[in-house]
Design a protein around this ligand. Structure first.
Ligand code: AHG
Ligand code: MN
Ligand code: MN
Length: 349
């Protein structure tokens, strides 16, 4: 008998297919992921026409870190909040764009999950038509029989039940994990669906790309300086010198390194002694994806996912990517830790 078949697996189909893998209530996490993917499509639509409509430029407000917001940051934040608020699974959201957590439903019977999100990552690239992204992290609430609270967000990265990102690039992709491997979906604009394009993504054990804002070199810890210098050595056996690739959108740099192999570094600097990136909605979700794909993520001392957060917008140094490359960086950090003299005394190599 003739049976018409199609090869495409949509994100919605895939989520339902894999529900059995979820550690907790299955339908709830499925529907959260689906809410996020709907907001992603709306944001994608707006990102694509950013050059056409009068949406570029500052929104005139500052976020909690004192950084100026672009209009698209505000738009993306609103879309993700609206999508999550419209479902009943998410009790509260922590967003880069909001000082405090947003509690959707102040009742004890509110949803069982909370979401931390960077709605628009790499926002300095909006005006110049360069890839940007969204990063999200999903936790099960710790609080019970009461409204969600800060306690629900201050959980270690290892407690995430799911994490993912969307990269709005030459094509738009959604990549996520529920702790059972990493899968990537490319948006087919003709049907408006994310379709499975990168099943079971694995990060190469090593690579030949390093990503760091080398303009800050003078203010880096000695170990980071030495590692960067080693990346530039003529060492064919180890594929060195590496290529430097730095987009300035964490999601895009991470995505490239996930596929091709590489390391992304945002170390502490003189002006940002705790680094720049945020633990809850930038580092933890990408660290979960990295580890699930066979990569590694560290703050220079231990696993990012092992860090107990103390505040919502906490910053932390990040060394993330191919396992062997992160390990090598950590060796340099250990070897030269005593040379991390006061930053005003740092020397140029
Ligand atoms: P955001 O746009 O969400 O504030 O994040 C920007 C982050 C990250 O995406 C990027 O890798 C990094 O800032 C770039 O920082 P520098 O310009 O200091 O290199
Ligand atoms: Mn960001
Ligand atoms: Mn952002």
């Amino acid at each position: 008998m003739y049976r018409p078949r199609r090869n495409v697996v949509t994100l919605g189909e895939f989520i339902i297919d894999r529900q059995a893998d979820f550690p907790y209530a299955k339908g709830e996490l499925s529907s959260l992921l689906s809410d996020l993917s709907i907001a992603a499509k709306i944001v994608n639509h707006e990102v694509n026409k950013a050059g056409l409509v009068n949406i570029l430029g500052e929104a005139g407000s500052e976020n909690v870190q004192g950084e100026s917001q672009k209009k698209l940051d505000v738009f993306a934040n609103e879309q993700f909040l609206a999508a999550l608020a419209s479902g009943s699974e998410c009790a509260a959201v922590a967003s880069e764009e909001n000082d405090d957590i947003i509690i959707f439903d102040g009742t004890s019977s509110a949803g069982k999950y909370v979401v931390a999100i960077d709605p628009l990552d790499g926002s300095s690239n909006i005006d110049v038509n360069v890839s940007i992204g969204t990063i999200f992290s999903i936790y099960r609430r710790k609080t019970k029989n009461m409204p969600a609270s800060m306690e629900d967000f201050l959980q270690r990265g290892y407690d995430q039940v799911a994490a993912g990102y969307i990269v709005y690039g030459s094509s738009t992709m959604l990549v996520y994990t529920t702790g059972n491997g990493v899968n990537g979906f490319t948006l087919d604009p003709s049907i408006g669906e994310f379709c499975l394009s990168h099943p079971d993504m694995r990060m190469p054990k090593t690579g030949s790309v390093y990503s760091v804002n080398q303009g800050n070199f003078i203010h880096f810890p000695e170990g980071v300086k030495r590692y960067i210098k080693s990346c530039q050595m003529d060492d064919k056996a180890n594929k060195k010198p590496y290529s430097l690739r730095y987009i300035g959108s964490l999601v895009s740099d991470f995505h490239r390194n996930l596929i091709k192999g590489g390391i992304y570094i945002y170390p502490p600097t003189l002006h940002a002694p705790k680094g720049k990136l945020r633990l809850l909605y930038e580092c933890n979700p990408l660290a979960m994806i990295a580890e699930q794909a066979g990569g590694k993520a560290s703050d220079g001392f231990g696993d990012i996912l092992d860090v107990q957060p103390e505040e919502l917008h906490q910053r932390i140094p990040l060394y993330i990517g191919s396992e062997a490359m992160v390990e090598e960086t950590l060796q340099f950090l250990r070897e030269f830790k005593d040379e991390n003299v006061h930053p005003s005394l740092v020397t140029q190599l």
